[in-house]
Design a protein around this ligand. Sequence first.
Ligand code: PCA
Length: 204
Amino acid sequence: MRQVLITGFEPFDGAEANPSWDVAAESARRPAPDGVAVTAVRLPCVFDTALPVLRQAIAESDPALVICLGLAGGRTEITPERVAINLDDARIPDNAGAQPIDRPVVPGGPAAYLADLPLKAAVAAMTAAGVPAAISYTAGTFVCNHVFYGLCHLIATERPGLRGGFVHVPPNLPIDRLADGLTQLVRICLDTETDLAVPAGTLH
Ligand code: PCA
């Protein structure tokens, strides 16, 4: 049985819900493909505790694939993230009131990690399923990037066999459609070794 861990975040910045958690929970409720089990875990939107909770969830389910989700207000597509940077710079306080400025996620860690997932194939599959999707080249500098960088660092330093990445979801799509998109992304990440060689970069 291949375990897939999908995380979403609790609400933050005074909001009452966070679609990233709603879609993670919906994905775990849906029937999984044969030989696959999906677990959803909610992460606190707190710099100090989000990564320990993620580590604990990984230790418990020993997944083959981890997809962390977060909400990106202002976006209109599902955006798998390519780049995690070693920088916390919070424009707003987190849910514990912390607002780190220009602090590394991991002191002495590399400046950045690139997600080692078939993101182009995933975007193609989501688009073919009618779900708007595009690769993003910035996960910001708040708790989402913090978790993404921490996940990449964990994979690089402790769990080389694990595949994982981060995906921002937009606020404007129904949870069912987001879950449809995520189903495609998970399927591609489990089954695709080599990404599509098609251009997907940006000019600015
Ligand atoms: N989005 C925020 C943090 C939690 C979330 O869902 C972010 O993009 O950093």
